[in-house]
Ligand binder design. Sequence first.
Ligand SMILES: Cc1cc2nc3c(=O)[nH]c(=O)nc-3n(C[C@H](O)[C@H](O)[C@H](O)COP(=O)(O)OP(=O)(O)OC[C@H]3O[C@@H](n4cnc5c(N)ncnc54)[C@H](O)[C@@H]3O)c2cc1C
Length: 408
Amino acid sequence: MSETEVTHSAPDPMQAFRQEVRAFVAHALPPSVREKVRLGLELTKDEVMHWQRQLQARGWFAPHWPVAWQGTGWSPAQRAVFQEELVLAHAPESGGITVEMIGPILIRYGSPAQQQYFLPRILNLEHWWCQGYSEPNAGSDLASLKTRAVRKTRPDGSEVYVVNGSKIWTSYAQYADWIFCLVRTDTQARAQQGISFLLIDMRSPGVSVRPLVGIHGWHLFNQVFLDDVEVPVDHRVGEENAGWSIAKSLLEYERLNLARVAENRRRLSKVRALGLELEEAGVPLLRRPWFARRYRELEVRVEVLAATVLRFRRQAQAGMPLGAETGMLKLLGSVLIQDIENLAVDALGPDTLAYDRAAHFEPAAPDAGRSAYAPAASARRFVTRGYTIAGGSSEIQHELLAKQVLGL
Ligand SMILES: Cc1cc2nc3c(=O)[nH]c(=O)nc-3n(C[C@H](O)[C@H](O)[C@H](O)COP(=O)(O)OP(=O)(O)OC[C@H]3O[C@@H](n4cnc5c(N)ncnc54)[C@H](O)[C@@H]3O)c2cc1C
């Protein structure tokens, strides 16, 4: 090749896409919110809503929905890049149960009238949804749920269900406008076969919300009471008594995201920052053997998880079924995130013990005398403990893997 010849490699479209997402986040995410997410502080509803409006204005609030419902038509790889860029840039979680769960359910199983009414309201941020599955005596064994829905004809001839019971651990019910619930419509049928899927307006008479504040001081959970709540029959999704298969199909969505690879990476980078910032015997923690050993091991585990997810993703892209093996991703990802948060707390030591609720909302002054990560570290650690339970506990995941994958 002569000196004047130049080789042109084709531009990598995925890299260009990554840059586009990165530029958007850099422009749209308020620095104060980015800082709060970086430090693990708690966001207000207004802060979350502001970020959701930015995404919505860019057409990226529900990117994985069908194009007919304002989806982007991105490939799975683009979706993964998008998610990764948001997490690594310390953007707040957005959409949650509303975009990931009830939206896809309505797209798949909702009547045309339900779709026309609810989906635009989700997309314009009018409706925040919560999930009413668990009950005080029905968690892992969800099919034993007892909230009862009985049909009744009103004097004007309209048909309603009268719902009685209670739902528990309902995340962010205090913010929600609607709740989707599993209710028992047939007490004689086998457990799974007598369940229906109802959409309930949180402003209906008879709905009340009791806060359940966690050991970490955060108001995430609630108990929702349903006392003689009248729900139009039109607000049932799918056939009567067919709610179980609809609820189960939710699990198919975003299974690969349950590994939380980007989230694990982001939190590990926090631990690295701590390893450089904090010293023991005049030496940065990252050079102290006890810390370095645990940090390096976590690094390896994050990379192993990332490689495993990539393998499944390639399998999915090639049109191959994923199978029950994907259950391991949630198991590994949730334990890993806890081990990362545990190392953060161990590094920060007694500074994490002081409990100051106000310090969960605003970054501490730079001269506060302790690391800016300290105020929320214990709360983060306790919140992540819940990840081994949410979405199917570790014990249940082990059991499924043993039976369905290992054939034990
Ligand atoms: C962060 C978080 C958010 C949540 N958000 C929501 C929400 O928005 N909406 C909602 O409906 N629910 C929500 N939940 C509730 C969640 O779905 C339940 O906690 C979960 O299903 C477990 O039920 P449980 O709490 O009743 O525990 P149980 O089912 O009573 O389990 C208690 C313990 O026993 C073990 N166990 C139970 N059965 C078996 C078995 N057969 N074999 C071996 N071990 C077993 C479990 O692994 C667990 O360790 C949330 C939970 C968490 C942690």
